[in-house]
Design a protein around this ligand. Structure first.
Ligand code: MAN
Length: 577
């Protein structure tokens, strides 16, 4: 009866294995089992054919007959273990090597029972710790029963493991404490930051209002100043236009008689509207609105207005001298910079001199740094653009290249006040943005599932490495995984934190990192991290079971959920995950 207890326990252990129960539970049961086995072995014994397990013993009990375990045949009991294979399933020869597929059961009292292929029976090699597989031949004298010693060593090893796991359990309790504290701390900071942001938002609104208030009179004064300047420029433009009209008339009036006739337009191919290479009389007359002899006063009025866009001065050719290169039309650089022109790399309508000025300034200025985040970049861009606008305003040239005159003192004062208001608004805006970023950073950290009791919190913001023959692998929990060649070279991202990936009953036993660097001709790299209880946080292995799909093994006290009594093997406490 007691042996049945032992067998039941063994069956229970293998059942547990099949169900892949936690190592700790398994160890605990095995310990209890071992203790019972030792206890039972000294008090009971049972006779059964050699090589038969306790579980199968009933099938060999009949004193006359034996039915092959697959039911295919019945033989005399004396044929069992007679060194001749009778059953197809090899079940009649559990204790000899006669059947090719036979299985020999080592009882191994004091240690773990096990099956070995019956071909190993009496082969001179000790396979069972109780020496039961070597009962004939040279092995029979060489093999001795060392199951007790093995059992003791195994027990000690398992006890040692339990001690480590128990220590891990204590560390886990510490982690839980830290995690809960950290969570509370973060909640508190978040609350404070949100309150601060509310105040900062109000201040920003107020500063924006003040800025608008200061900018309105500033704009009015600047617009008025510009309007005067524009009016002056308009007069200048008109004068210059008149002057060009006069010059054009003089050029067209080839015989200098104060009148332009159609034939005088013949050299001006720009009036060849049908493009046949000739300025016909009709074409010339159309230019002169049908007037055969056009006086200057009429030309300067409506005619010039019609033709000035077309009119081109004829190059002055002298036989000795080469023709001069015609100068570009004066108004080539005219006009305001369009929005598109106001690009960071292109200073719009600035001439070379302006460009140089800006280049000098850029040298003094900070570079646009790749590391800047979006907010900082926008800020830099805004500053750059504001500087450019200012410069452009000052550089704005008039008709004759003259710069717009300085603002009067009152306008300058208004600009000063508006500048100060802008500066204060910018400062308030920066404060809001900084607070916003701090809030987002904390929220991001808090959105990560650090376990039901925050027990994984101490792993956040840490990185762990493991080096094999070729690469150093890195795990930064809740952030990313990577790989760096030992021989040198850049780091390859193997995945970004995705989610917990364990089965429902053990969700926190696996982590998934996805969307790593794309694999050439393949998927994005990804990593599965398998976690188990260990006294320290340690990346213990890394492999690539499929191309660009990685698997890490990681030990952590965060997963030491059970505390076991080393002596009794009983579970003292157990944290559910
Ligand atoms: C690199 C490494 C390897 C991976 C290959 C795929 O060499 O990331 O782990 O298998 O790329 O091309």
């Amino acid at each position: 009866m007691m042996f049945r207890r032992v067998e039941r326990m063994a069956a229970c252990v293998s059942d547990m294995k099949a169900k892949k129960m936690s190592v700790k539970s398994l160890i605990t049961l095995v310990l209890i089992g071992l203790m019972s086995i030792i206890d039972v072995v000294v008090t009971e014994s049972v006779t059964r054919p050699r090589g038969v397990s306790l579980t199968n013993e009933p099938f060999y009990r009949d004193s006359q007959w034996f039915t092959c375990l697959d039911g295919s045949r019945q033989i005399f009991k004396s044929q069992v273990n007679d060194d001749y294979c009778d059953c197809m399933d090899s079940s009649d020869e559990p204790g000899t090597s006669a059947c090719p597929q036979g299985k020999f059961h080592c009882n191994n009292r004091g240690f773990k029972p096990k099956y070995i292929p019956s071909s190993r029976v009496n082969d001179g090699i000790c396979d069972c710790c109780d020496a039961s597989d070597e009962y004939k031949g040279p092995g029979a004298t060489q093999c001795s029963n060392n199951c007790r010693e093995l059992g003791r060593a195994d027990l000690e090893r398992r006890q040692q493991e339990i001690i480590l796991m128990n220590q891990g359990f204590d560390v886990r309790q510490e982690y839980i404490k830290q995690g809960i504290e950290k969570k509370a701390e973060r909640e508190e900071s978040l609350k404070k930051l949100r309150e601060e942001k509310e105040v900062a938002d109000q201040l920003k609104d107020e500063k924006e209002r003040l800025k608008q208030e200061a900018e309105s009179p500033e704009k009015e004064a600047k617009d008025a100043h510009k309007a005067v300047w524009d009016a002056q420029q308009a007069v200048l433009r008109e004068e210059r236009d008149k002057q060009r009209a006069n010059e054009a008339f003089d050029e067209l009036d080839a015989d200098r008689n104060g009148l332009i006739t159609p034939d005088e337009l013949a050299d001006h191919k720009e009036f060849d509207s049908d493009g046949d290479g000739e300025v016909s009389e009709e074409e010339a007359k159309a230019v002169l609105i049908g007037i055969d002899r056009l006086p200057k006063a009429t030309f300067i009025g409506p005619i010039w207005k019609n033709i000035k866009e077309k009119f081109k001065s004829l190059p002055k050719v002298t036989p000795e001298e080469p023709s001069p290169v015609p100068s570009p039309p004066e108004d080539v650089n005219e006009g305001d910079a369009s929005e598109e022109d106001l690009d960071m790399g292109d200073h719009g309508d600035m001439n070379d001199e302006d460009e140089e000025d800006f280049a000098d300034e850029d040298d003094e200025d900070e570079e646009f740094d790749d590391d800047l985040d979006e907010g900082e970049l926008m800020e830099k861009y805004a500053k750059h653009r504001a500087d450019y606008e200012k410069k452009k305003e000052v550089k704005g040239k008039g008709e004759d290249g003259e710069e717009m005159p300085e603002y009067d003192e009152a306008t300058k004062k208004l600009i000063e006040v508006a500048d100060a208001a802008r500066e204060e608004f910018k400062e308030a805006e920066k404060q809001v943005n900084d607070l916003k970023k701090s809030i987002e950073d904390i929220e991001k950290l808090m959105n990560v599932d650090l376990g039901p009791q925050q027990e994984f919190e101490p792993l956040q913001k840490q990185c762990y490495e493991y080096t094999d023959r070729e690469y150093t692998y890195k795990l930064c929990p809740f952030d990313k995984t990577s790989q760096r060649p030992k021989a040198g070279g850049s780091e390859t991202q193997l995945g970004n934190w995705g989610q917990w990936e364990g089965p429902d009953e053990n969700k926190y036993s696996k982590m998934k990192y996805t969307r790593g660097r794309n694999c050439w001709n393949g998927p994005d790299r990804s990593t599965l991290v398998i976690l188990r209880c260990g006294l320290e946080n340690k990346l213990v292995s890394a492999s690539e079971p499929e191309r660009c799909t990685y698997e890490f093994q990681f030990e952590t006290p965060s997963l030491c959920t059970t505390k076991t009594d080393v002596e009794t093997g009983e579970i003292d406490s157990h944290d559910e995950l």
